[in-house]
Ligand binder design. Structure first.
Ligand SMILES: NC(=O)c1ccc[n+]([C@@H]2O[C@H](COP(=O)([O-])OP(=O)(O)OC[C@H]3O[C@@H](n4cnc5c(N)ncnc54)[C@H](OP(=O)(O)O)[C@@H]3O)[C@@H](O)[C@H]2O)c1
Length: 219
């Protein structure tokens, strides 16, 4: 697939490397210093390019939005219309504007990306851990939680998560996303390693509106 990475920093850069290694076509966009993008593209190798933000959106079957929360309004303005595009939002809500009470960050951002086929993933684990853990075999393969209100978009993103070297697990709609959103806390999957065997009980609990089981500990 063609994937546009908007913000190729710690998280976006890692996703770019992982998906390029799996054979996807990548373009990198949105930097204060485009030379850094050119250097990363050259390092990743042939097939990875650099584009202005709106052209990156036009290129991508999928658009990964991976910028600091406070920079999102500027990034979205530069991206232009996301109508019909599958979006993977990796952001966490550190900074302003904050979602209103009772609204998940995923719902808030889906609302700021009108027309997009919005999903959220790759946001619960540190960039360093994601880089180290990608590509593990089962049963140690690490879960990337996924949410969104477009089932077909989630199915396609799940395939990309697998290609990136992780176990995709659908946690539900954007309204169900609180458990995968910051901060790290008791009763949330945010900040915690999960493997497939422990994920189904979490999905069940979230769907039922029940507290999730205790966080697993792996040796
Ligand atoms: N780091 C983590 O461990 C982690 C884990 C999970 C989720 N997240 C979330 O993922 C998103 C990206 O995090 P990250 O750690 O990858 O961030 P990062 O390393 O700082 O990368 C941010 C990217 O945005 C670009 N950018 C363009 N304009 C910018 C501006 N005005 N100010 C700052 N950056 C600008 C940066 O490019 P230039 O620097 O070239 O301008 C860079 O490629 C955040 O929302 C974060 O909360 C991070």
């Amino acid at each position: 697939m063609r994937v546009a990475i908007i913000g190729a920093g710690h998280i976006g850069g890692g996703i770019a490397r992982q998906l390029a290694a799996a054979g996807h076509e990548i373009t990198l966009a949105f930097s204060r210093n485009p030379e850094t993008l050119a250097a990363l593209a050259a390092e990743i190798g042939p097939g990875t390019t650099v584009s202005p933000p709106a052209q990156a959106v036009a290129f991508g079957d999928m658009v990964v939005v991976s910028v600091p929360w406070r920079v999102l309004p500027q990034a979205l303005a530069e991206l232009g219309s996301l109508d019909g595009k599958i979006v993977v939002d990796t952001t966490n809500q550190y900074g302003s504007p904050q979602p209103p009470a009772g609204v998940t960050a995923a719902q808030f951002n889906a609302g700021r990306m009108a027309g997009a086929r919005y999903t959220k993933s790759f946001n619960t684990l540190t960039a360093g851990f994601q880089a180290r853990a990608a590509g593990r075999a089962q049963p140690q393969r690490v879960v990337q939680w996924l949410c969104g209100d477009d089932a077909d978009a989630k199915r396609i993103v799940a395939g990309l998560i697998s290609d990136a070297g992780f176990q995709p697990v659908d946690l539900g709609g954007t309204a169900d996303a609180a458990a995968m959103e910051s901060p790290r806390r008791h009763g949330a999957v945010y900040g915690e390693e999960y493997r497939a065997a422990d994920a189904a009980a979490v999905v069940e609990a979230v769907a039922a509106g029940n507290p999730i089981p205790a966080t697993p500990r792996y040796t």
